[in-house]
Design a protein around this ligand. Structure first.
Ligand code: HGA
Length: 610
């Protein structure tokens, strides 16, 4: 969601802020802004649209200074207007905010009563006035005022604040939204995501819930929730600059689709090297925890939910354990039944997804003590709050529509399945060797699937003119049909639905006519004959079929039936291989429609708001 960057230095920080915002733009991109302090004057530039427009305006105005903050916005409160763009200013106090202030209406009334005039519809503006109010009513400095103000807020925030009267400090606060401090030489930084400051430093401190911090040119002091100074560990970020650059690709989504063989190889590397599925993959204590559990509850949102839905098929059939998958934003607000012997598995690319984080907290409050998270970002909030962790090794994912994070989540979930199967006596040594071999071949099969791109691009041309599409799959491939429909919706804005193929006749068949393309994922598995019957039902109503069938399915094209042959059947890992064609179909259809692939309308990466 929104991105924050801030810097205090002996040089002009505007280039640092602008470059940081460009790297954060994938998190929110409806408007952006900076506020920079030069001496005692704050200069602010805000623009709706892309960071480049704001950068041009800043250049034109000659904005420069050694202390500054910047923001890319994904609006939650108040429309996309320049007045609602951050930074917000209250008489010399400038601030950027990521998150949602839940008691903003009550605070707004109170502050109006105190004479403050509001210039925006955002929840954020109340924080600026509140800090100013404390500054003028006894707080010794902007840090003390920030610490007093956050005590009066409910909701979630990452904040970076500067005050015109205090050019020597940048103060920040975190609750419920990610924020980290970057340590330089004679300069220091703050950002919501390490990618924003990686060009300046790799040494970072991840702030914890309730922390505030003061950054000067020469040092950083972090304070805990009680405002007492605390020491937080320094980390050396391993995010590579190359992973943040486009290289020869047109879009990050395209780059990330093509990175999947490598991302998968990296994610399964430990198992392949060890030659066995060992519980220690999930942490030192994992063997004891995983042997004692009697079931699995998976909580996730969006694409991660579909990864979990695929894992349900694996876990029940291979590990012989009951598995239930639930959308995190539903689970967190219902009176759920909790069995403490069940392991709660959360899945989130960023590790910061607010709904998933809250669902995890709720599960714990219900008595679940055993928790495991599958995430792609080291040291993010969800893994930190979990008993066991498995990091996918996809590398930075910038495209808003998730691709390599999804397939690596599947690889991680498959590894979890086999580990559970071994510990629960359902996978013997021979089967383990077999699964290991299948896993070893996975990156190669994914590369084969990528080679289908020209054929898929040709199909995509036809999709680009459609208003609707149906995706069908059965069994293990039903969640992949769901993921295919989601990808198409997200980046082409074509209305797409996915159904288990057997469900067609119970309703959705009514939608099928000549104008409805129907994508079918039809590998050669035990359900193939059933899928073929379902396809006949579509053809009989004039629907045009686009079939992804593996080499062993024995499909041939005919009138109204188009077939692309996917690689040889790879058994239980087939859902991972069949994800590639549906990703490429969405990508090429988006290209043909001319949509903004990496920044689809209304969406953003790392969903850190409700
Ligand atoms: N509520 C603020 C910030 C939104 C945000 O964090 N989005 O990710 C606003 O609407 O400006």
């Amino acid at each position: 969601m929104c991105g924050i960057v801030g810097a205090i230095a002996g040089r002009d920080v505007v280039p640092v802020l602008v470059e940081g915002l460009k790297r954060l733009e994938y998190r929110g991109y409806d408007s952006s802004g900076i506020a920079v302090l030069n001496g005692v004057e704050v200069r602010r530039v805000r623009r709706i649209g892309r960071v480049a427009e704001m950068e041009a305006a800043a250049l034109e105005k000659g904005v420069a200074g050694q202390l500054g903050i910047g923001h890319t916005r994904w609006a939650t409160h108040g429309g996309v207007t320049e007045a609602n763009a951050h930074p917000h200013i209250s008489q010399g106090v400038s601030l950027v905010h990521n998150g949602i202030i839940e008691n903003h209406e009550e605070q707004r009334e109170r502050l109006r009563g105190l004479g403050y005039v509001f210039e925006s519809q955002t929840d954020t503006e109340v924080i600026a006035h509140l800090i100013h109010h404390h500054l003028s009513h006894g707080s010794a400095d902007v840090l003390a005022a920030l610490q007093a103000a956050v005590k009066e807020l409910t909701g979630a925030y990452a904040l970076a604040v500067i005050s015109a009267a205090e050019p020597e400090r940048l103060v920040v606060a975190r609750m419920g939204c990610p924020l980290l401090v970057g340590l330089g030489e004679g300069e220091n930084f703050v950002a919501s995501d390490v990618s924003a400051i990686i060009q300046a430093t790799r040494r970072v401190i991840f702030l914890e819930e309730g922390d505030t911090a003061e950054l000067t040119r020469d040092g950083v002091q972090v304070f805990g929730e009680d405002n007492a100074p605390v020491q937080r560990e320094q980390h050396l970020s391993d995010v590579s600059l190359a992973s943040l650059e486009l290289g020869p690709y047109r879009h990050f989504m395209q780059k990330e689709i093509h990175e999947q063989p490598r991302a998968l190889a990296d994610t399964i590397d430990a198992v392949i090297n060890a030659g066995s599925f060992d519980a220690s993959l999930f942490g030192a204590n994992a063997e004891a925890v995983l042997s004692g559990i009697t079931g699995i509850k998976i909580l996730a949102c969006g694409t991660s939910y579909y990864a979990g839905s695929t894992a349900k098929y694996w876990i029940e059939s291979i590990a012989g354990l009951p598995c239930d998958v639930e959308i995190a934003s539903e689970y967190r607000y219902r009176q759920a039944f909790a069995d403490p012997r069940h392991l709660v598995v959360t899945i989130s690319q960023s590790g910061e997804t607010l709904d998933t984080m809250e669902a995890l907290k709720y599960a714990k409050s219900l008595g679940h003590t055993h928790t495991l998270s599958i995430c792609n970002v080291q040291e993010s909030a969800i893994p930190r709050a979990s008993e066991l962790v498995c990091y996918t090794r996809a590398g930075a994912e910038i495209g808003v529509a998730s691709t390599k994070a999804f397939t690596t989540q599947l690889a991680a979930l498959f590894q979890l399945t086999v580990v559970l199967g071994k510990l629960h006596g359902k996978v013997n040594a021979e089967q383990e060797v077999d699964y290991l071999e299948q896993l070893r071949q996975l990156p190669g099969s994914v590369q084969h699937a990528l080679n289908l791109e020209p054929q898929i691009a040709a199909w995509a041309e036809r999709f680009a003119t459609k208003a609707n599409a149906l995706f069908l799959g059965r069994g293990l491939h039903y969640p992949i049909a769901l993921e295919g429909a989601l990808k198409l919706k997200e980046i082409t804005y074509i209305h797409a639905e996915a159904y288990p193929a057997g469900e067609l006749k119970h309703g959705p068949l009514a939608l099928v006519d000549e104008a409805m393309p129907v994508v079918v994922i039809a590998p050669n598995d035990s359900l193939l004959e059933k899928v073929k019957s379902n396809m006949q039902e579509v053809r009989a109503r004039g629907g045009e079929l686009f079939v992804f069938a593996d080499q062993d399915s024995n499909f041939s094209a005919s009138e109204g039936v188009h077939v692309i042959r996917t690689p040889r059947n790879v058994g239980v890992l087939s859902p991972i291989v069949h994800t590639i064609p549906v990703q490429m179909l969405a990508y090429h259809a988006a290209l043909a429609r001319g949509t903004d692939v990496d920044k689809p309308r209304n969406l953003a990466k790392s969903v850190t708001v409700e």
